[in-house]
Design a protein around this ligand. Sequence first.
Ligand SMILES: [Zn+2]
Length: 304
Amino acid sequence: MNWLTNFVLPKIRAVVAKKDVPDNLWHKCPGCGQMLFHRELEANLHVCGKCGHHLRIAPDKRLGLLFDDGKYTIIELPKVIADPLKFRDRKRYIDRLKEAQNVKGAPPNRDAAVVAHGTVGGVATVICAFDFFFMGGSMGIAVGEAILTAARLAVLQEAALVLIPSSGGARMQEGILSLMQMPRSTLAVEMVKETHRPYIVILTDPTTGGVSASFAMLGDVTLAEPGAVIGFAGARVIEETIREKLPEGFQRSEYLLEHGMVDMVVHRRDLKAVLEHLLDLLSRRGQKTPLALAKPRPLPEQHP
Ligand SMILES: [Zn+2]
Protein backbone atom coordinates (compact mmCIF):
# COMPACT_ATOMS: atom_id res chain seq x y z
CA MET A 1 0.00 0.00 0.00
CA ASN A 2 2.90 2.31 0.68
CA TRP A 3 4.00 2.12 -2.89
CA LEU A 4 0.48 3.02 -3.99
CA THR A 5 -0.01 5.96 -1.65
CA ASN A 6 3.53 7.33 -1.76
CA PHE A 7 4.40 6.87 -5.38
CA VAL A 8 1.41 6.23 -7.63
CA LEU A 9 -1.08 8.63 -6.06
CA PRO A 10 1.15 11.73 -6.18
CA LYS A 11 1.93 10.96 -9.83
CA ILE A 12 -1.75 10.71 -10.70
CA ARG A 13 -2.42 13.95 -8.84
CA ALA A 14 0.38 15.69 -10.69
CA VAL A 15 -0.99 14.61 -14.06
CA VAL A 16 -4.47 15.81 -13.15
CA ALA A 17 -3.19 19.11 -11.76
CA LYS A 18 -1.08 19.84 -14.87
CA LYS A 19 -4.14 20.27 -17.04
CA ASP A 20 -4.95 23.50 -15.23
CA VAL A 21 -8.58 23.54 -16.35
CA PRO A 22 -10.48 26.55 -14.99
CA ASP A 23 -13.19 25.29 -12.70
CA ASN A 24 -15.77 27.82 -13.75
CA LEU A 25 -16.57 26.63 -17.26
CA TRP A 26 -19.95 25.39 -16.14
CA HIS A 27 -22.38 27.14 -13.84
CA LYS A 28 -25.39 25.59 -12.22
CA CYS A 29 -28.55 27.65 -12.62
CA PRO A 30 -29.86 28.47 -9.12
CA GLY A 31 -33.36 28.58 -10.61
CA CYS A 32 -33.73 25.23 -12.37
CA GLY A 33 -30.45 23.39 -11.71
CA GLN A 34 -29.52 23.26 -15.40
CA MET A 35 -25.76 23.23 -16.11
CA LEU A 36 -24.93 26.28 -18.21
CA PHE A 37 -21.78 26.63 -20.30
CA HIS A 38 -19.92 29.85 -19.50
CA ARG A 39 -19.76 31.11 -23.11
CA GLU A 40 -23.45 30.55 -23.63
CA LEU A 41 -24.16 32.24 -20.32
CA GLU A 42 -21.98 35.20 -21.24
CA ALA A 43 -23.79 35.60 -24.59
CA ASN A 44 -27.11 35.40 -22.78
CA LEU A 45 -26.11 38.20 -20.32
CA HIS A 46 -25.99 35.65 -17.47
CA VAL A 47 -29.65 34.77 -17.78
CA CYS A 48 -30.53 31.07 -17.80
CA GLY A 49 -31.67 30.04 -21.29
CA LYS A 50 -33.96 27.40 -19.84
CA CYS A 51 -35.86 29.11 -17.02
CA GLY A 52 -34.95 32.79 -17.42
CA HIS A 53 -33.32 33.03 -14.00
CA HIS A 54 -31.21 36.20 -13.78
CA LEU A 55 -27.87 35.25 -12.24
CA ARG A 56 -25.96 37.80 -10.18
CA ILE A 57 -23.31 39.66 -12.14
CA ALA A 58 -20.25 41.71 -11.21
CA PRO A 59 -20.34 45.53 -11.54
CA ASP A 60 -18.02 45.64 -14.58
CA LYS A 61 -20.46 43.48 -16.55
CA ARG A 62 -23.36 45.58 -15.33
CA LEU A 63 -21.70 48.85 -16.36
CA GLY A 64 -20.59 47.45 -19.73
CA LEU A 65 -24.17 46.45 -20.39
CA LEU A 66 -25.69 49.87 -19.70
CA PHE A 67 -23.24 52.52 -20.85
CA ASP A 68 -23.17 53.43 -24.56
CA ASP A 69 -20.78 51.14 -26.48
CA GLY A 70 -19.82 49.62 -23.14
CA LYS A 71 -17.53 52.60 -22.52
CA TYR A 72 -17.28 54.28 -19.12
CA THR A 73 -14.82 55.81 -16.68
CA ILE A 74 -14.47 54.40 -13.19
CA ILE A 75 -14.28 57.03 -10.47
CA GLU A 76 -11.66 56.68 -7.80
CA LEU A 77 -13.42 56.68 -4.44
CA PRO A 78 -12.20 58.47 -1.32
CA LYS A 79 -10.30 56.31 1.15
CA VAL A 80 -12.29 55.61 4.29
CA ILE A 81 -11.40 54.28 7.72
CA ALA A 82 -11.18 50.52 7.23
CA ASP A 83 -12.16 48.96 10.54
CA PRO A 84 -13.53 51.66 12.85
CA LEU A 85 -14.72 49.30 15.59
CA LYS A 86 -11.78 46.86 15.47
CA PHE A 87 -14.47 44.25 15.01
CA ARG A 88 -13.83 40.58 15.36
CA ASP A 89 -16.11 37.56 15.16
CA ARG A 90 -14.59 34.23 14.14
CA LYS A 91 -12.15 36.29 12.10
CA ARG A 92 -10.94 39.87 12.30
CA TYR A 93 -13.00 42.19 10.09
CA ILE A 94 -9.83 43.71 8.69
CA ASP A 95 -8.74 40.24 7.53
CA ARG A 96 -12.11 39.58 5.93
CA LEU A 97 -11.80 42.88 4.09
CA LYS A 98 -8.30 42.09 2.85
CA GLU A 99 -9.43 38.67 1.71
CA ALA A 100 -12.32 40.19 -0.28
CA GLN A 101 -10.05 42.88 -1.73
CA ASN A 102 -7.39 40.42 -2.76
CA VAL A 103 -8.75 39.75 -6.24
CA LYS A 104 -6.64 39.74 -9.39
CA GLY A 105 -6.82 43.03 -11.27
CA ALA A 106 -9.02 44.71 -8.66
CA PRO A 107 -8.17 48.29 -7.65
CA PRO A 108 -6.71 48.75 -4.15
CA ASN A 109 -9.19 49.42 -1.33
CA ARG A 110 -12.06 48.21 -3.43
CA ASP A 111 -15.35 47.68 -1.65
CA ALA A 112 -18.88 46.59 -2.47
CA ALA A 113 -19.80 49.49 -4.79
CA VAL A 114 -18.29 50.83 -8.01
CA VAL A 115 -19.00 54.29 -9.42
CA ALA A 116 -18.58 55.14 -13.10
CA HIS A 117 -19.69 57.87 -15.46
CA GLY A 118 -20.40 57.97 -19.17
CA THR A 119 -23.47 58.30 -21.35
CA VAL A 120 -26.61 56.19 -21.64
CA GLY A 121 -28.50 56.89 -24.85
CA GLY A 122 -26.44 60.06 -25.14
CA VAL A 123 -27.51 61.34 -21.69
CA ALA A 124 -24.68 62.02 -19.23
CA THR A 125 -25.11 59.44 -16.48
CA VAL A 126 -23.39 58.39 -13.28
CA ILE A 127 -23.96 54.78 -12.26
CA CYS A 128 -23.18 53.27 -8.89
CA ALA A 129 -23.34 49.46 -9.07
CA PHE A 130 -23.10 47.11 -6.12
CA ASP A 131 -20.90 44.05 -6.07
CA PHE A 132 -22.67 41.19 -4.31
CA PHE A 133 -19.52 39.09 -4.55
CA PHE A 134 -17.78 41.53 -2.20
CA MET A 135 -19.01 40.62 1.30
CA GLY A 136 -22.58 40.18 0.09
CA GLY A 137 -22.70 43.72 -1.27
CA SER A 138 -23.11 44.92 2.30
CA MET A 139 -23.31 48.66 2.90
CA GLY A 140 -20.63 50.09 5.16
CA ILE A 141 -18.87 53.44 5.26
CA ALA A 142 -17.09 52.81 1.94
CA VAL A 143 -20.36 52.06 0.12
CA GLY A 144 -21.99 55.13 1.69
CA GLU A 145 -19.05 57.15 0.44
CA ALA A 146 -19.47 55.64 -3.05
CA ILE A 147 -23.14 56.66 -3.18
CA LEU A 148 -22.30 60.15 -1.94
CA THR A 149 -19.51 60.48 -4.52
CA ALA A 150 -21.85 59.31 -7.29
CA ALA A 151 -24.54 61.81 -6.22
CA ARG A 152 -22.06 64.70 -5.99
CA LEU A 153 -20.66 63.85 -9.39
CA ALA A 154 -24.15 63.68 -10.91
CA VAL A 155 -24.91 67.16 -9.53
CA LEU A 156 -21.58 68.53 -10.71
CA GLN A 157 -21.91 67.09 -14.21
CA GLU A 158 -25.64 67.78 -14.42
CA ALA A 159 -25.94 64.08 -15.09
CA ALA A 160 -28.57 61.48 -14.25
CA LEU A 161 -27.94 59.15 -11.34
CA VAL A 162 -28.58 55.42 -11.58
CA LEU A 163 -28.10 53.18 -8.54
CA ILE A 164 -28.03 49.41 -8.90
CA PRO A 165 -28.14 47.71 -5.50
CA SER A 166 -27.36 44.04 -5.00
CA SER A 167 -26.94 43.77 -1.30
CA GLY A 168 -27.81 41.83 1.81
CA GLY A 169 -28.11 45.11 3.75
CA ALA A 170 -25.93 46.94 6.25
CA ARG A 171 -22.43 45.66 7.00
CA MET A 172 -22.80 44.38 10.52
CA GLN A 173 -19.06 44.49 11.19
CA GLU A 174 -19.32 48.28 11.15
CA GLY A 175 -22.23 48.36 13.62
CA ILE A 176 -24.04 51.67 14.00
CA LEU A 177 -21.70 53.27 11.44
CA SER A 178 -23.16 51.03 8.73
CA LEU A 179 -26.70 51.99 9.78
CA MET A 180 -25.70 55.64 9.47
CA GLN A 181 -25.21 55.04 5.74
CA MET A 182 -29.00 54.78 5.42
CA PRO A 183 -29.71 58.49 6.13
CA ARG A 184 -26.42 59.38 4.44
CA SER A 185 -27.34 57.70 1.16
CA THR A 186 -30.89 59.09 1.42
CA LEU A 187 -29.51 62.63 1.69
CA ALA A 188 -27.15 61.92 -1.21
CA VAL A 189 -29.99 61.03 -3.59
CA GLU A 190 -32.08 63.94 -2.26
CA MET A 191 -29.25 66.21 -3.37
CA VAL A 192 -29.66 64.94 -6.94
CA LYS A 193 -33.44 65.28 -6.80
CA GLU A 194 -33.15 68.91 -5.67
CA THR A 195 -31.31 69.70 -8.89
CA HIS A 196 -34.12 68.01 -10.87
CA ARG A 197 -31.84 65.43 -12.39
CA PRO A 198 -33.29 61.95 -12.94
CA TYR A 199 -32.63 59.37 -10.25
CA ILE A 200 -33.36 55.80 -11.29
CA VAL A 201 -32.94 52.62 -9.28
CA ILE A 202 -32.52 49.18 -10.81
CA LEU A 203 -33.23 46.60 -8.13
CA THR A 204 -31.32 43.37 -8.64
CA ASP A 205 -31.12 40.15 -6.70
CA PRO A 206 -31.01 40.60 -3.76
CA THR A 207 -31.96 44.03 -2.40
CA THR A 208 -32.65 43.56 1.27
CA GLY A 209 -32.14 45.04 4.74
CA GLY A 210 -30.87 48.59 5.22
CA VAL A 211 -30.36 49.09 1.50
CA SER A 212 -34.04 48.42 0.73
CA ALA A 213 -34.93 50.73 3.63
CA SER A 214 -33.05 53.71 2.24
CA PHE A 215 -31.95 54.98 -1.20
CA ALA A 216 -33.15 51.85 -3.07
CA MET A 217 -36.82 52.75 -2.68
CA LEU A 218 -36.49 56.46 -3.49
CA GLY A 219 -36.01 56.41 -7.25
CA ASP A 220 -38.06 58.62 -9.56
CA VAL A 221 -38.59 55.34 -11.34
CA THR A 222 -37.89 51.94 -9.79
CA LEU A 223 -36.99 49.12 -12.14
CA ALA A 224 -36.32 45.55 -11.07
CA GLU A 225 -34.85 42.50 -12.73
CA PRO A 226 -37.19 39.49 -12.92
CA GLY A 227 -37.27 37.20 -9.91
CA ALA A 228 -35.06 39.40 -7.71
CA VAL A 229 -35.54 39.09 -3.94
CA ILE A 230 -36.49 42.53 -2.66
CA GLY A 231 -37.52 43.16 0.92
CA PHE A 232 -36.46 44.32 4.34
CA ALA A 233 -36.56 41.33 6.69
CA GLY A 234 -36.08 37.79 5.39
CA ALA A 235 -39.19 35.76 4.52
CA ARG A 236 -38.45 33.13 7.19
CA VAL A 237 -38.14 35.75 9.94
CA ILE A 238 -41.47 37.30 8.90
CA GLU A 239 -43.13 33.89 8.75
CA GLU A 240 -41.91 33.02 12.24
CA THR A 241 -43.02 36.38 13.61
CA ILE A 242 -46.53 36.55 12.19
CA ARG A 243 -46.96 32.73 12.24
CA GLU A 244 -48.58 32.67 8.87
CA LYS A 245 -47.63 31.14 5.56
CA LEU A 246 -46.47 33.83 3.14
CA PRO A 247 -48.04 34.05 -0.32
CA GLU A 248 -46.39 32.56 -3.40
CA GLY A 249 -43.66 34.75 -4.87
CA PHE A 250 -43.50 36.93 -1.75
CA GLN A 251 -40.66 39.52 -1.88
CA ARG A 252 -39.98 38.87 -5.55
CA SER A 253 -39.92 41.63 -8.21
CA GLU A 254 -43.20 40.53 -9.81
CA TYR A 255 -44.99 40.50 -6.43
CA LEU A 256 -43.67 43.98 -5.66
CA LEU A 257 -44.81 45.20 -9.07
CA GLU A 258 -48.32 43.93 -8.35
CA HIS A 259 -48.29 45.72 -4.99
CA GLY A 260 -46.98 49.03 -6.28
CA MET A 261 -43.47 48.98 -4.84
CA VAL A 262 -41.80 48.60 -8.24
CA ASP A 263 -42.69 50.42 -11.47
CA MET A 264 -41.40 47.95 -14.03
CA VAL A 265 -39.89 44.48 -14.10
CA VAL A 266 -37.41 44.48 -16.96
CA HIS A 267 -35.51 41.59 -18.52
CA ARG A 268 -31.76 42.16 -18.45
CA ARG A 269 -31.51 42.28 -22.24
CA ASP A 270 -34.03 45.17 -22.32
CA LEU A 271 -32.55 47.16 -19.43
CA LYS A 272 -30.42 49.47 -21.54
CA ALA A 273 -33.23 50.29 -23.97
CA VAL A 274 -35.69 50.99 -21.14
CA LEU A 275 -33.14 53.06 -19.23
CA GLU A 276 -32.33 55.08 -22.35
CA HIS A 277 -36.00 55.75 -22.90
CA LEU A 278 -36.57 56.85 -19.29
CA LEU A 279 -33.49 59.07 -19.16
CA ASP A 280 -34.50 60.64 -22.43
CA LEU A 281 -37.96 61.48 -21.07
CA LEU A 282 -36.84 62.58 -17.61
CA SER A 283 -33.91 64.66 -18.81
CA ARG A 284 -36.35 67.04 -20.48
CA ARG A 285 -37.86 67.95 -17.13
CA GLY A 286 -37.75 71.70 -16.51
CA GLN A 287 -37.42 72.54 -20.18
CA LYS A 288 -39.86 74.96 -21.71
CA THR A 289 -40.45 73.02 -24.92
CA PRO A 290 -43.38 70.62 -24.62
CA LEU A 291 -42.61 66.98 -24.02
CA ALA A 292 -42.55 65.26 -27.38
CA LEU A 293 -43.49 61.66 -27.10
CA ALA A 294 -40.21 59.88 -27.58
CA LYS A 295 -40.22 56.99 -29.99
CA PRO A 296 -39.39 53.81 -28.16
CA ARG A 297 -35.98 52.55 -29.18
CA PRO A 298 -35.92 49.12 -30.75
CA LEU A 299 -35.22 46.49 -28.17
CA PRO A 300 -32.13 44.36 -28.65
CA GLU A 301 -32.60 40.95 -30.26
CA GLN A 302 -33.64 38.22 -27.93
CA HIS A 303 -31.04 35.61 -27.15
CA PRO A 304 -32.15 32.01 -27.33
ZN1 LIG B 1 -32.47 27.99 -15.02
